[in-house]
Design a protein around this ligand. Structure first.
Ligand SMILES: Cc1cc2nc3c(=O)[nH]c(=O)nc-3n(C[C@H](O)[C@H](O)[C@H](O)COP(=O)(O)O)c2cc1C
Ligand SMILES: Nc1ncnc2c1ncn2[C@@H]1O[C@H](COP(=O)(O)OP(=O)(O)O)[C@@H](O)[C@H]1O
Length: 292
């Protein structure tokens, strides 16, 4: 489904581009939207994704793919077998002459039972097949599930290695309880646009921030702010930008996770929190200065 467009996907796509060039053809990537697991109601509560449709489209636009085809995933489509889908959609509509598939690729209503026999179908329907193997990096397996697991543990560094870029969140800056400024650490509260977007583990991170067309270093807290002892603990995502002052309420903001700094903790009071934030700032600035 190309969620995240990670290292493994990229290897497959490179293979696709060179296959298309060798044949003087055009490269076509197929993906479905919404994610089949949503349409098939397969564990919707825990479903979170690395990329929104918009992010996925942007990432593809940076590659040398000729066409990105986003097929609306419906129950009717889900009812097709791998063979029917290949015949009707891939060969019939798209005119596929060669397919590049991942090592574990399955699709079709019969996907649980059999791995699609591309080679057999290819001989019969007249297309070639290239299979691409699994990709690993420093003992990490490049898969969307592995990356989701890393982010759920707060390991944004390894997630970025597998993704080939830092994980990011996009949202709007919304108002908070205006406490940050009283301790000289104003923090932009972020409302994430896509409700299905995966939010990394609770904790403090050094990040890069894009807002109003400019880039900043920053430090972010994802958590429940136990020091404030609010009556209702709501998870907030907030970022303090370095070397910035001004009003960014309701602006679009993009945050890239570069390093995890520490866990969220409950401090004795605002004085102790402020002292810790000053420590975090030092650490984050140092880490970001050495980045890239
Ligand atoms: C880098 C960073 C780290 C933070 N760490 C903690 C923490 O460990 N514990 C905590 O209770 N709050 C933490 N906070 C949240 C602050 O409590 C919060 O920013 C402050 O209360 C301001 O809230 P406001 O933006 O709603 O005014 C952190 C905030 C930032 C930006
Ligand atoms: N360096 C900065 N980092 C983040 N926000 C800043 C900064 N300087 C000014 N701001 C502004 O201050 C707001 C955050 O201040 P804060 O007192 O924490 O209020 P709130 O509780 O409404 O988030 C941000 O939404 C932004 O508009």
């Amino acid at each position: 489904m190309f969620d995240g467009l990670h290292m493994g996907h990229r290897q497959l796509l490179q293979q696709l581009v060179s296959c298309a060039r060798e044949r003087d053809g055009e490269s076509v990537v197929l993906t479905f939207w919404p994610h089949p697991r949503i349409v098939l109601n397969n564990d919707p509560e825990s479903l979170r994704f690395l990329t929104s449709l918009e992010e996925k489209t942007r990432l593809f636009s940076e590659l040398e793919i000729d066409h990105l085809v986003i097929i609306p995933f419906t129950l009717d489509l889900a009812a097709l077998t791998a063979r029917q889908f290949t015949h009707q959609v891939l060969v019939g509509h798209i005119g596929m002459v060669h397919v590049v598939v991942g090592f574990n690729h399955r699709f079709g209503s019969d996907s649980r039972a059999v791995l699609p026999d591309y080679e057999g179908m290819g001989q019969e329907m007249g297309f070639g097949v290239t299979r691409v193997g699994a990709v690993s990096f420093c003992d990490l397996k490049a898969s969307s599930t592995a990356i989701r697991n890393l982010l759920n543990k707060g390991n944004v560094e390894d997630a970025a290695r597998l993704l080939t870029y830092p994980y990011r969140l996009t949202g709007r800056v919304v108002g908070g309880n205006r406490m940050g400024r009283t301790i000289q650490y104003p923090t932009a509260n972020i409302e994430v646009e896509d409700p299905l977007k995966l939010i990394p583990a609770v904790g403090v991170y050094a990040c890069r921030v894009m807002v109003m067309g400019r880039h900043y270093g920053g430090m972010m807290n994802i958590g429940f702010r136990p020091t404030l002892q609010s009556a209702v603990a709501v998870k907030t995502i907030e970022v303090h930008l370095f070397d910035f002052s001004g009003d960014i309420y309701s602006e679009e903001i993009v945050v890239e996770f570069i390093y995890r700094i520490r866990n969220e903790v409950q401090f004795a009071g605002l004085g102790a929190l402020k002292a810790q934030l000053s420590e975090d700032e030092k650490v984050a600035r140092e880490l970001l200065a050495g980045y890239e």
